[in-house]
Design a protein around this ligand. Sequence first.
Ligand SMILES: [Ca+2]
Length: 139
Amino acid sequence: MADILALAVEKKMLRRILACLATFAFMSFLFPAVPSQAETNTRSGTDDCPLGYLCVWEHPNYQGRMYRFAGANASWAAWDINNKDSSWYNNGTEGMLACVWSGTNYQGSVKVIQHQTSSPSDSTHGDRGSSNSWAHFWC
Ligand SMILES: [Ca+2]
């Protein structure tokens, strides 16, 4: 009897675990390119930007909080970096341009950052970024 009960409990647990995994898989499918919001960084500089990411800092010269974006993001509204981007580094995939748009949904003016190129400040595009994408030839 105890064995049957234990088995029933195990099955219930297994079902819960599977449900959890299914939810996680579904969420991963829904949000495949969740921009990794970087933690506050006490260090600064482009060396902190991991390979494969567009890194964006809240202050010029790669100072302050750094955000990193792996995929395309139609809106930065959920993050503090929205309209507060002040320096950039494209450490993304070889040959890919990083495009930072002033509007959501890849609209408005665009700042183009060449692969493995950094931009310490930009009075034209700074504090305007609201979405980002990647491109082979042009943004
Ligand atoms: Ca904007």
